[in-house]
Each structure stands twice: as structure tokens, then as C-alpha cells.
Design a protein around this ligand. Structure first.
Ligand code: GLV
Ligand code: MN
Ligand code: MN
Length: 414
């Protein structure tokens, strides 16, 4: 096999350097948006962009852009990138690999081919994970597409109690200027990302070409009953939100299981109050994350979940609040860009399979204003959103070469 365009060792050391900002244990990362660790990671990214000979710009929300300017300055840009914020804690590769890939791909293209016809940009986006602000929902890419409502910076509050506007100020940014981050000059957005699932490994492909991204809805379910003594309150006299939560949690997970692939439902966060051994709690709040890439299956799944939640709350005489925190239908990738990526994989001699993304991505937001596509790179054991996340540098190098070749096709043709 011919040598890859990008040396795997360089990728490995970039991943390790970025993981030093917000390191969590041996292999994890906890890098929440606008935290000092996140600021340091973005500064590192900006430094790499400048070293690669790219023109660097920071926008009003904190996205960092690196441009390889094209000859035709009127033509819409071809953009690649991802995010450097992480789950709390997450792994070293989710988002970070896509940011590193974008810089390395542009740097390589500049050295091999010089100036493109259309401007190429690599972007390090602000906040994809919602790990600090549960309803931020792609803050950076939403700013780019102009979908952040004026009151959001003051309304959104993180798990730490800090508002988005305050967090931005801590990172040296002014929330009042968010509208300036909006863009209308992006023609195509290609995001490279780790697969975060088991299929590439199982089918023995280093790289995946994404054809569609799952749809999802995330709820916060709050059940309120009556707190009371665990020993003296007869079972038939209780309004126990824990019993209701247990029934709903078991029910929604079971519903997704029975409906079968590709739909999935997860309850990942539970808050109990009071949280005591001998007290029937007053309130239980939990998240429900439900997904399917099939529009009709998603609708059925959501309707069943909502019906169950209502029914259990009513029957158990619990006060229910059902808040929708995120909601997005499935997104199809642009077929022409998908074909360009498939051809790039072939030209690079990289075996690639087409697939669907079960994770949600910034590319979904970009789809509102641009043609989008994604390149996946194999994840070890399909593990992600965990410090155990791992992708081999050789697979990453294969994916980045596919990205660079695809960007070449998209940006260097007159
Ligand atoms: C993205 O991080 C997701 O939750 O799919
Ligand atoms: Mn990600
Ligand atoms: Mn993620």
C-alpha cells in the first residue's frame, strides 16, 4: 500500500496534545464549552491552523475558522470541521478528530496543490455535546445558520448554574454579538467523525461514507408526587414518583427494544429529590433520548413514549412536566457529495462502506444552509462517549486522506 498522505504518528500526537486540555484520568477528556480547558484547546487549534499557513479568524460565538483562500472569491466555500467540547467525561476522539482532520487536510492540499478554485475552510465549532448546557443544541453551528434566539444566552443555564451569556463572557465573548456569526457563504460542509458505533469494525472497514443522520428527540420528564415516610405510608396511599419513573423508564426502553433496529431509546440522567433511603421522593426527573433515522419509525416511537408517560402519570396521580429539549428529524446527506467521498475512498485505496449515523452531529444544522456529508472512521469496540473511546491512527489517516481527496474534488475544479 502506498504511504498515506498524512503520517499516522502526526495524528496520534495531535490527538494526545489536544487531550491534555481537560484530561480526565488516563484516556478521558472533560472539556466543557467555554471552560478554561476548552479555551486552551481552541487556542491550540488556532495555533495549528496558523502553523499550517491558513488564514485564521474567530467569530462572535467562538468558532475558529481557518481559510485556504480560493481564486474565485465569489464562489461558495467548501467547509470541513467538527467540535472540541466533550462529554463529561468523554473520549479523546469525538469531535476532536474531525477538527484535527480538517486542519491536516487543508495543510496537505495547500502543499500538494496550492491555491484552490473555491475557498476551503476548516472550522472548530463551539459546543456539540450539550454536556454543560443541556439545551444548547449545537450552539456554534446554530449561530452559523442564524438559529439562536435573542433571549437564549440569558435563558440557557448550565448544570453549574451559570448562564450561557455568563459562560461566554468568561471566555472573552459577548453574547450580544452572536448574530454576527451567521454565514451565507457555505456551499458544502463535510464532517469527519469517529463512527462511535460497532458497524465498521464488525464489517471490517476502516472508513464509512454516511448517507443519512438519525433523527432524535430529547425530553426532560419531571414527575411530582408526595414525599412521605417509607415505613408508615401504605402502598395504596402513596403518590410515588419513583414508582412512576421506574415504570416509564422500563417501558420506553422496552418499547424501543420491541420495535427493533434502528430505533433506540436511552434514559441517561436521573435526579431524585429527596434522594434518601427511607423517604418516598417528592420528585423524580429524568431524560429520555429517543432516535431513529426512519421518519415514520421515529414518529411512532415518540408517540408511544409520550402516551406511556401521560398514562403512567395520570394513573399514579403524579404531576407531569414533559419538556422537549431537542428535536430534529433525520437528515439525508447530499447524494453528489456522498458520491465524491466514495470516489475519493476508491482513489485512496481505502475500503469504505455506506452507512447511517446513529449519533447526531453539527452537520445536521449545517444542512439548513449547505449540502452536507460525513466521513466516519472505525471506532474500537464501537465505544464512544466514554474515556475508553479509541480509533487507530492508521484508520484516522485513511479517513483524513479520503477527506482531503474529497475536498480536492470539491474545491479545485473550476
Ligand atoms: C452526539 O454527541 C450524540 O449525542 O449523538
Ligand atoms: Mn461529536
Ligand atoms: Mn458526542
Amino acid at each position: 500500500m502506498a504511504a498515506r498522505w498524512i503520517d499516522p504518528e502526526r495524528i496520534e500526537s495531535a490527538i494526545a496534545a489536544l487531550a491534555g486540555h481537560g484530561a480526565h484520568g488516563e484516556t478521558g477528556v472533560a472539556r466543557l464549552v467555554y471552560s478554561p480547558e476548552w479555551v486552551a484547546a481552541q487556542d491550540q487549534v488556532a495555533a495549528w491552523m496558523a502553523e499550517a499557513g491558513l488564514r485564521v479568524e474567530r467569530d462572535a460565538v467562538g468558532n475558529i475558522w481557518a481559510y485556504l483562500d480560493g481564486r474565485d472569491r465569489e464562489a461558495a466555500m467548501v467547509v470541513t470541521g467538527s467540535h472540541v467540547d466533550s462529554q463529561n467525561p468523554g473520549g479523546r476522539f469525538d469531535g476532536a478528530l474531525g477538527v484535527i482532520a480538517g486542519i491536516m487536510a487543508l495543510s496537505e492540499l495547500r502543499e500538494r496543490f496550492g491555491q484552490p478554485e473555491r475557498t476551503l475552510a476548516a472550522v472548530s465549532l463551539v459546543e456539540e455535546e450539550a454536556s454543560r448546557f443541556p439545551t444548547a443544541n449545537f450552539w456554534g453551528s446554530r449561530a452559523i445558520i442564524g438559529r439562536i434566539a435573542a433571549e437564549e444566552p440569558k435563558r440557557l443555564r448550565g448544570y453549574d448554574g451559570v448562564t450561557m451569556a455568563e459562560a461566554m463572557r468568561d471566555a472573552g465573548l459577548d453574547a450580544a454579538r452572536i448574530p454576527e456569526a451567521k454565514r451565507e457563504d457555505i456551499g458544502t460542509f463535510v464532517e469527519l467523525h469517529i463512527e462511535q458505533g460497532p458497524f465498521l469494525e464488525r464489517e471490517n472497514f476502516p472508513v464509512g461514507v454516511v448517507e443519512a443522520i438519525t433523527g432524535y428527540r430529547q425530553y426532560l420528564v419531571t414527575l411530582e408526587g408526595a414525599a412521605n415516610h417509607a415505613g408508615t405510608t401504605p402502598m395504596d396511599m402513596r403518590r410515588d414518583p419513583m414508582a412512576g419513573a421506574a415504570e416509564i423508564i422500563g417501558g420506553v426502553v422496552d418499547t424501543a427494544h420491541r420495535m427493533g433496529r434502528p430505533c433506540v431509546t436511552t434514559v441517561g440522567r436521573v435526579n431524585v429529590s429527596p434522594n434518601e433511603r427511607a423517604v418516598i421522593p417528592r420528585q423524580v426527573a429524568f431524560t429520555v433520548d429517543a432516535r431513529s433515522p426512519l421518519p415514520e419509525q421515529r414518529e411512532t416511537l415518540l408517540a408511544r413514549h409520550e402516551a406511556l408517560i401521560q398514562e403512567v402519570a395520570e394513573r399514579r396521580d403524579l404531576r407531569l412536566s414533559l419538556r422537549v429539549d431537542s428535536d430534529r428529524g433525520p437528515v439525508r446527506c447530499d447524494p453528489e457529495t456522498v458520491a465524491v467521498i466514495a470516489a475519493a475512498a476508491e482513489a485512496a485505496g481505502v475500503p469504505a462502506m455506506t452507512m447511517t449515523s446513529g449519533a447526531v452531529h453539527d452537520a445536521m444544522q449545517m444542512a439548513e444552509i449547505a449540502r452536507i456529508a460525513m466521513i466516519f472512521v472505525r471506532s474500537r469496540s464501537g465505544i464512544s462517549h466514554s474515556p475508553d473511546e479509541f480509533t487507530a491512527a492508521e484508520d484516522a489517516a485513511a479517513g483524513i486522506e479520503v477527506l482531503a481527496r474529497a475536498l480536492h474534488t470539491l474545491a479545485y475544479r473550476p
